[in-house]
Write a protein that binds this ligand. Sequence first.
Ligand SMILES: [Zn+2]
Length: 482
Amino acid sequence: MKNYFFTKALTSDGWHNNVLICVNDQGIISSVTADASDQNALKIDGYAIAGMPNIHSHAFQRAMAGLAEYSVSSQDSFWTWRDLMYRFAAVITPEDLKTIADQLYMEMLKAGYVSVAEFHYLHHAPDDAPYQSGAKMSHSMTRGAKTSRTLIGSVKMSHAIINSALRTGIALTHLPVLYNASGFGGQPLKEEQKRFSHNVQDFCTLLSELNIKQDNYKLGMAFHSLRAVQEPDVHIAINHLSNLDANAPIHIHIAEQIKEVEDCIAWSNKRPIEWLNDAVTLDKRWCLIHATHLNSDEIRMIASSGAVVGICPTTEANLGDGLFPLSDYLTRSGRFAIGSDSHISVSAAEELRLLEYGQRLTLQQRNITAAATKNTHTGAALYHEALKGGVQASGFDGGAIEKGRRADIITLDPKSALLAGTPDEKILDRFIFNGSQNMVNNTIVLGRLCVKNYRHFDEDNITAAYIELVEKLQKRVSLRHE
Ligand SMILES: [Zn+2]
């Protein structure tokens, strides 16, 4: 049992002062008391709010953030960026991935995220040969299980991610990715994509290997995109995952680029969401990442299915994807969550701010999210909608400070000049719309204080190892145009 005492907290029935929150040994909130005394409690100087789930991450890309901002051709695009990213991905070992993810997950905790959904396609290790599998040799791996030779590297790569989550304290929704074609209709993989690939039987074995029972860990899975999978494999993988956990989350990149929509229509005569909705039962287990290019039928389809759209505003802006039709979608009670994807920014507040600003710039109006959700305050509307969608897409039952929920809590610094003189109802507005200086001073995940007064408990060691690695990586891979 741990007791925390906060200067102020946003509980499920509004803001209160001097709030005592008791957390049981499993990290679940057992009581919330306003106007309490701080006896026997750890006093936290901060305004407590529920912490944000980050529902889309490719951890290795953190180490190349900001290194692809130069011109490769006269028409640079998502696709020229992808070639650079493949070059970087090719050299990352399990040890490298662990060091990068340690830094990234720590940064997420410091920026207000309490969980991460890792959309993990960097399978195999650089030195194994997954696509020339041949005879499968048994090899003793995790928990004494027998793992085929073709999966040894993949299990190691996944364990790098799992161990980073354990070290930093962030909750992890691990989403191994099925990726076995380079284009619609099962086109053969390119050489540089082979590292990401498993046949569907091996993929199911990998899921079983990673089905670990821990409080801060949840196994789901992802399909890389419609262009990277074929329908029979989609059904086999869903059935296998459902046998492990009938509620496990399923994520997919979809409709991110116009070219992808056009290719899907040329192949199937259907738009991507239309195709997916016909092929599977879209429901609350699904998280559709990006879903940028939608027509009104598709907006209606997603909203009525109960699925979440995973929007990654800073990455979508960086890659020139386009803007999600947020206003129409929210008007139909559609659900969304946010992710930092390529990690050119690691800040929940910045993702939400850019999401709203993109809409304002195109619609030439203000307070779009507030109006579409019938709220008065835009910051509060953005934050609460993203929490609701994030809880659903991550599978972790936080998202509110109330009895029975996970104690996934962050605090905003009452001493920050950016929060000075703020009435309670405008605190979330100021958090999101008052500049980019971080005001998250404490982060608690499942009852554990991971960031205290702006410092992670293992910050110095994690950052020193990351800096050393990134300097070495610059020598191993060139992202300059060649
Ligand atoms: Zn992505």
